[in-house]
Design a binder for this molecule. Structure first.
Ligand code: AOF
Ligand code: ZN
Length: 382
């Protein structure tokens, strides 16, 4: 029989440990997709005796890393309490169930942040622990823990990537001047934040128009960051063969999503290391052929791409909204005005005809970043 912990913690202390677990979980950002970000802290007598997080896709889960850390420190996990941001798993996946490690190491109580909607877990982890006489308290900092894994939760439920549409505009809603100049709209701090999102997402998506106009690299330029897979929406394979996304495809993967089935044309790109994804076609209101973005997302999901940062031009943004693939919109607003009748705004396409037909959103967060503002919003559920 394991002696119960002798120090009873109050709720502000338990929150402090869960905050620490959250902090640890975030260290896995960009390295664990399509798996969740998870952090774990082992506590005994109101003292941390082990810490861990899910560091890399396919490797040990946070709970096992925390237990290993505990032994490394010469501590004994028996009788300790575990704080974990996500319900421990109870299935044999790439690693054996974490519940087994918790039981074997005689941990007496587990504090859980989020429930795990993965059908292989889904409450089973908590049930197994309780069945073994381990006390489980759920919902500690649930909001924070849920927010941390918005990508994982969306992907595990829908098998489709979480599409984060991002654009930067002036106060008068322009993404470029009348001459097409757009460097820069926001300040350095906001542009850095975009690289955080590039690191966080498995893929980045742009339209072929952007590739032709700007020849962007679409990589992550944070020192420790990871560059997302680049997806170019290119209905009829017009991407220039000498564009950066093509010539660097052997270093950072590039996927050309296209309706073009001409193998000769495709070979130009596959020879340079690009991957071609043939996507079904659909037609816009004017009868113009375009990619079926629902089909594209389905295929990306099958390839384990759990998240897409959509840095499209106005046309692609319009199509993405219309196709209903957008999970979240991040709008950066710079305190500037460009003016000009012909200057582009973030969302093109044919738009809606009546105000009551608008795509509606719920604002989740408004943040000042340097001189700019970031608004995070999600589509309203009808
Ligand atoms: C993680 N890291 O720290 C925790 C996870 O692919 P597997 O076999 O490693 O299992 C992944 C599932 O395990 C994942 O979808 C989630 O439900 C659960 N917990 N996963 O990658 C972790 N705790
Ligand atoms: Zn696990």
């Amino acid at each position: 029989i394991i002696k119960r912990r002798c120090v009873k913690l109050n709720s502000s202390q338990t929150k402090q440990y869960m905050y620490r677990a959250l902090e640890l979980a975030k260290k896995g950002t960009g390295a664990v997709n399509p798996n969740p970000l998870v952090g774990a802290v082992l506590v005994k007598d109101n003292r941390i005796i082990g810490e861990g997080y899910h560091e890399k896709y396919g490797q040990l889960h946070a709970e096992r890393n925390a237990i290993a850390d505990c032994y490394r420190r010469g501590e004994n996990p028996a009788g300790a309490e575990l704080y974990v941001t996500l319900e421990p798993c109870c299935h044999y996946g790439k690693t054996p169930p974490c519940t087994e490690a918790i039981i074997e190491n005689k941990i007496v109580k587990v504090y859980v942040g989020s429930n795990d909607p993965n059908p292989l877990v889904d409450g089973g982890g908590i049930a197994v622990l309780r069945a073994h006489g381990i006390e489980v308290e759920t919902g500690i900092l649930k909001q924070e823990c849920d927010a941390l894994n918005e990508i994982f939760f969306h992907y595990i439920r829908t098998k489709r990537p979480f599409v984060l549409m991002k654009y930067a505009m002036t106060m008068d809603g322009k993404i470029a001047t009348v001459t097409g100049d757009s460097k820069w709209i926001t300040g350095e701090a906001a542009r850095r934040q975009v690289h955080e999102d590039r690191n966080r997402c498995a893929a980045i998506m742009a339209g072929v128009g952007t590739v032709i106009a700007d020849n962007p690299m679409l990589n992550c330029r944070l020192p420790e960051g990871h560059s997302p897979v680049r997806i170019i929406c290119d209905t009829s394979l017009r991407t220039p063969a000498d564009s950066l996304v093509v010539t660097t495809a052997k270093e950072i993967p590039t996927i050309l999503a296209t309706c073009c089935t001409d193998k000769e044309k495709q070979k130009v790109f596959t020879d340079k290391g690009c991957k071609i994804l043939e996507v079904s076609e659909t037609y816009d209101k004017n009868g113009k052929k375009q990619l079926d973005l629902q089909d594209l997302c389905k295929q990306l999901g099958e390839q384990k791409i759990d998240s897409v940062l959509l840095e499209g031009g106005a046309a692609l943004n319009g199509s993405a909204l219309q196709a209903g693939i957008v999970s979240c919109v991040q709008t950066y607003i710079a305190p500037k005005i460009f003016g000009g009748q012909e200057a582009k705004s973030p969302v093109g396409g044919s738009g809606v005809k009546l105000a009551c037909e608008a795509y509606e959103f719920e604002i989740k967060e408004i943040r000042r970043i340097g001189e700019d503002i970031l608004i995070r919003s999600v589509p309203k559920k009808i």
